[in-house]
Design a protein around this ligand. Sequence first.
Ligand SMILES: [Zn+2]
Length: 196
Amino acid sequence: MSSTSTNLESIQNKETSTVTIMNMPEQISLDKWADSGFEWQGEIAPASFERLAKLLTSEHEQSKLNLDASLYRHNNVLHFAFKLTGEIWLTCQRCLQPVETDLTDNYDIALLDDEDQSRLIDSEQDYLLLDEIITEQTPERLLPFKKLVEDEILLKTPLAPKHYDCEMVIEQFGEIPEEEESENPFAALAALKGKL
Ligand SMILES: [Zn+2]
């Protein structure tokens, strides 16, 4: 996990309409990019996210997700923003058939040096403390780019996915009790992320 961070070879313009796919960086160097800004655009297979991969169904083809991500500063606060386009296929917890979850959304997280900086952001702005997400002791500060994107995807992924109008005939099983909302295993991710 070292130099993939600056994996920004120029894109070869091919005559075909296929998009050249560069590997998504695992990490990006904040020392290098925090001030100049950073952008990455590309496609990612949902299964390339290790934790997410465990939740995906193998009964339906997974399409690539499109990601358009950037680091920028606003009010002198660093932000990690990305637009995700695409959906993932999970398993309906009622009929066990594939069910789709759309991940398309704009995500924006302020990356604060310390709690004091939270005064500089809007009350609705999601934020994370850099100290809590940069856990590796390396000479340069590496933002876990891919992990942060995956965290957001996991937070948007339903714990018990179900078809909106699941057609499973429930009579043969009698009443299916409403499952209690058990604790989302990824709740810790949400807890990390402060809301003012
Ligand atoms: Zn179903």
